[in-house]
Design a protein around this ligand. Sequence first.
Ligand code: B1M
Length: 212
Amino acid sequence: MGILDDISASLQKGDTSKVAEFTEQAIVSNIEPKAILDDGLLSGMAIIGEKFKKHEIFLPDVLLAAKAMYAGMDLLKPLMIKEGIPTIGKVVIGSVYGDLHDIGKNLVGIMLKGAGFEVIDLGNNVPAQKFIETAEESGAGLIGMSALLTTTMPTMKKTIELAKERGLYGKIKFMIGGAPLSSDYAGEIGADAYCFDGVNAVERAKEFLGVG
Ligand code: B1M
């Protein structure tokens, strides 16, 4: 078994210290951070998602896997963020109200920072008003919302409607992401883009803020 399989297997077992140890080893072996992320951490988390769906594992197992995922991500983070680069635009991000899933949103934040954006991360469980007020106060031209639950997706629509009410629609761009979303849904609620991953989010953010 290769080191990336070891990371994936340890993540599935929720073994935080092993995930950290193997991630460290992979970094020292000069494996690309993106490969460690995609083929180690994320591939393990995808299997966890499948097993959870089939009721082969339960919520505490998913929580442990998420904790282990963060142990690996924390080690990769400095490698993914280039230090000292000037900021090229301001982005407000958060997981929407009712949604506690924040791994994907955090990854997107890391990638945006790595690309030179100033990221205001509101965390998870963020109500519509908080997104809009923060963007207004900070002068951010872009709001990125994440949702992993079908039940929390409506907050995205609510946020965009609030921007319309306040005359901010068009001035602030909206991108949305998360497993249950799609381009169709983005179109339906008036979001400017659906982003399927962090790389895609960086591309769209650059496009919207007229940089790169
Ligand atoms: Co939950 N959960 N979970 N969970 N969980 C899912 C989402 C689920 C699909 C599992 C399943 O049934 N297969 C299911 C949702 C079903 C649905 O709505 N249709 C589910 C459920 C049901 C629940 C609970 C309701 C379970 C319960 O309590 N009975 C509960 C809800 C809690 C809540 O939010 N109120 C719950 C809880 C949890 C944990 C807390 C245990 C944990 C989250 C820990 C954390 O985030 N800190 C958890 C986890 C880990 C998962 C799965 C297994 C993995 C999610 C993840 O982190 N993926 C997930 C199954 C799955 O998604 N296959 C599942 C890795 C992450 C990197 O991917 O978030 O998709 P993702 O992000 C990607 C892209 O989507 C995109 O870029 C990222 C990087 O590539 N992206 C963006 C995401 N946001 C973006 C924003 C952007 C741009 C791109 O712009 C800003």
